[in-house]
Design a binder for this molecule. Structure first.
Ligand code: NDP
Length: 293
């Protein structure tokens, strides 16, 4: 709009879903000239009113700027949208969630088409985008030169953590954090199930649960230190023999409360395998080795 100074470099954004729209607003607010395109054109209209240039086709949007960011549903939609675009000389940043192998294959393809490539994994939900205090950030991997060239624009919507030249590393970091979160969500579901039928209010219980998870999260540093030096008995406060004995209490309580234990049993079975291997004086770090095929 008129008060934009336009001294900032312009960029193109393909994909105006929930996340793309949040990214677009962050760039427009910061004064970056922005060209947008979306398969369903109606989603671009509010952004046009906020100062975005709306391209008629994806190829036209790509042609408008050297820096091209895509944030679409999945890899297939990215391939479809970029099919007709001339990528020669472009700096392509893909913020679409995908696997590490997809990112590596896509990087190779994009290089063949004459562009530099940076993959990104967004560690935020849309309301956190463009809010500097939200803690939102994006893992980036691939071309360091691309990242350095466009660092100013790339860090407008959220913080940035560049994790390596291997294009797959951003996705790998993203998926590793999401996988740990999945285990946490499973444990939280189990905990609420245990109190479900009792006169314990979930809203009174929630802060106890949240504080406990935060307190226990520090254990990842001990696990890391043990993995790094290979000594799994170092500084063990809760040894495996004790934990396996405690598992019986967890399972018995689940049964008594009428709660399915299927979220706990696969993990507890791995602890029992370690104990059976004579590793009762270690902690739980050996599970990592059991998981790796
Ligand atoms: P939405 O479902 O809101 O938007 C999906 C976008 O993809 C739309 O622009 C849609 O276009 C487009 N699209 C889907 N299929 C095609 C296709 N075949 N051809 C062209 N365009 C297509 O998703 P989000 O914006 O929430 O997510 C986008 C990416 O961001 C995903 O990879 C997601 O994993 C990631 N992400 C999202 C987070 C979130 O909390 N929302 C958090 C972190 C990452 P159309 O409008 O025409 O349907």
């Amino acid at each position: 709009m008129s008060h934009h100074t336009f001294d900032k470099p312009g960029l193109t954004l393909l994909g105006l879903g929930a996340m793309g729209t949040a990214l677009a607003r962050a760039w427009l607010t910061a004064g970056h000239p922005l060209t947008v395109w979306n398969r369903t054109p109606g989603r671009a209209e509010p952004l046009a009113a906020e100062g975005a240039t709306v391209a008629r086709t994806a190829a036209e949007a790509v042609a408008a700027n050297r820096l091209v960011v895509v944030c679409l549903l999945d890899g297939a939609s990215v391939d479809a949208v970029l099919a007709d675009a001339d990528l020669t000389g472009k700096d392509l940043v893909d913020l679409t969630t995908g696997t590490p192998d997809r990112a590596r294959a896509h990087a190779a393809l994009v290089h063949e088409r004459g562009a530099r490539f940076l993959d990104g994994g967004i560690m935020a939900v849309p309301p956190m985008i463009g809010a500097p205090s939200s803690g939102a950030y994006v893992f980036y991997s691939g071309s360091r030169a691309l990242f350095d060239t466009h660092r100013e624009a790339l860090t407008r919507p959220a913080g940035a953590r560049y994790v390596g030249e291997d294009a797959g590393f951003a996705a790998l970091h993203d998926v590793a954090l999401l996988s740990a979160m999945t285990g946490m969500f499973a444990g939280v579901s189990h905990a609420f199930a245990l109190i479900r039928k009792e006169n314990i209010g979930p809203t009174a219980f929630a802060p106890l649960l949240a504080d406990w998870l935060v307190a226990m999260s520090g254990s990842v540093h001990l696990t890391a230190a043990q993995l790094a030096d290979g000594d799994y008995t170092r500084e063990v406060a809760s040894n495996l023999a004790m934990q396996v004995a405690g598992s019986a209490t967890l399972l018995r309580t689940a049964e008594d409360q009428g709660v399915r234990s299927e979220l706990l049993t696969p993990y507890l079975a791995l602890l029992e395998r370690l104990l059976a291997d004579g590793r009762g004086d270690e902690g739980t770090t050996g599970v990592v080795d059991l998981l790796v095929r």
